[in-house]
Design a protein around this ligand. Structure first.
Ligand SMILES: [Zn+2]
Ligand SMILES: [Zn+2]
Length: 361
């Protein structure tokens, strides 16, 4: 099958013919229909998140089941599925505690039972990001890393549920358990930030303040439910949010992964408020929060991994919200591209001009 491989840091992805191993027990073979380009992929390309090479990236993927391995009862050929970054075992203490997104065995489940990769380039093992590798024409994944979605859901939109949407809406629903009537600030309006905005809107926030440097992204945020926009390039974002909320937001979310914006997000919450860090930062980033700014003002900071998702519950729920007309997905897609255009897609992301580019196979 054709797949876009990362062979060197800072390099472009290169299209090669790669091979998947035979379908093992508990594995599912999927024809990839669509895969979104995510900032986390860019971290691997730029080397800010180190990874073994060659790597097959792509983790915001959806497709149609082609075949299933031994002991797979949940899926059959023809099922429409969305891929999950965090395959899970249902047996470790995190899974038993309901935190399948933090499964202690998720890295092992991203490989074959014998610990080798499911993807080969010649004789070489290719690291399969998230156990999915959505930038290939087919994906071979552990059954726990997939969930069925209704066939009425277009898969090019379904793909986005697997990362941008679950990360954003999940941060609001699962991590913050946002109370209706809350005031919310969202710093960073990319694919994830837009979904935090629409999650806060669905959860009944009173005020949703979008903060970004890009006026086009702020305009887009309004259509996703933002009640106010702050252009941090033109005004002091902390002062603006503090004034709009008369003393600070109840809850803020940072969706970029930078120390400067994380600090801003923290400074714009009221005493007793909470900041949720959603953006993935370059390895080694130190956010440097002052302890007494938390202790004496009763404020908190919580990291959020993948929207604290419970994947097989949350993704079908989000699909249904879309089919009922209550969740925006079409508007998240700013470009549909072919696999051959994947480097142009990442260049557009680096330029900061688009919400989401999606590779259509
Ligand atoms: Zn992602
Ligand atoms: Zn587990």
């Amino acid at each position: 099958m054709r797949a876009a491989l990362l062979e060197e840091i800072h390099g472009e992805l290169t299209i090669h013919d790669v091979r998947l191993t035979d379908i093992g027990p508990n594995e599912v073979l999927v024809n990839t229909v669509a895969c979104g380009l995510c900032h986390s992929d860019l971290h691997f390309i730029e080397g800010t998140l180190p990874q073994r090479l060659p790597t097959l990236l792509g983790h915001e993927a959806a497709g149609i089941v082609e075949a299933v391995g031994e002991d797979v009862t949940e899926f059959k050929p023809g099922d429409h599925v969305v891929g999950c970054l965090n395959a899970h075992c249902y047996r470790c203490s995190q899974c038993i505690g309901g935190r399948t997104h933090l499964c202690e065995n998720r890295l092992a489940l991203q490989k074959r039972a014998n610990g080798t990769s499911r993807v080969r380039f010649g004789d070489e093992e290719v690291f399969q990001l998230a156990g999915l590798g959505g930038f290939g024409e087919m994906m071979l994944a552990h059954e726990s890393g997939l969930t069925k979605v209704p066939k009425e859901l277009p898969l090019e939109l379904g793909a986005l549920l697997g990362c941008a949407v679950i990360t954003g809406v999940g941060a609001v629903f699962n991590s913050a358990r946002l109370q209706a009537g809350s005031t919310v600030a969202v710093v960073g309006i990319g694919g994830v930030g837009l979904n935090i905005v629409q999650g806060a809107s669905l959860a009944g926030a009173e005020r949703i303040i979008a903060v970004d440097l890009n006026p086009d992204k702020l305009e887009l945020a309004k259509t996703f439910g933002a009640t106010d926009c702050v252009n941090a390039g033109e005004t002091d974002a902390v002062e603006a949010v503090t004034e709009l909320t008369k003393g600070g937001a109840d809850v803020s979310f940072e969706a970029i992964g930078l120390a400067a914006t994380a600090k801003q997000a923290f400074q714009m919450i009221r005493p007793g408020g909470m900041t949720y860090l959603v953006g993935v930062s370059p390895a080694g980033t130190d956010y440097g929060f002052a302890g007494n700014e938390m202790v004496l003002k009763g404020r908190g900071v919580q990291g959020v991994y993948m929207g604290s998702n419970y994947f097989k519950r949350d993704v079908p729920m989000l699909a249904n919200l879309y089919l009922q007309g209550r969740l925006k997905l079409d508007e998240l897609v700013s470009a549909k591209i072919s696999l051959d255009q994947i480097n142009e897609g990442f260049a557009a992301m680096q330029a900061g001009t688009v919400a989401r580019s999606v590779v259509i196979f």
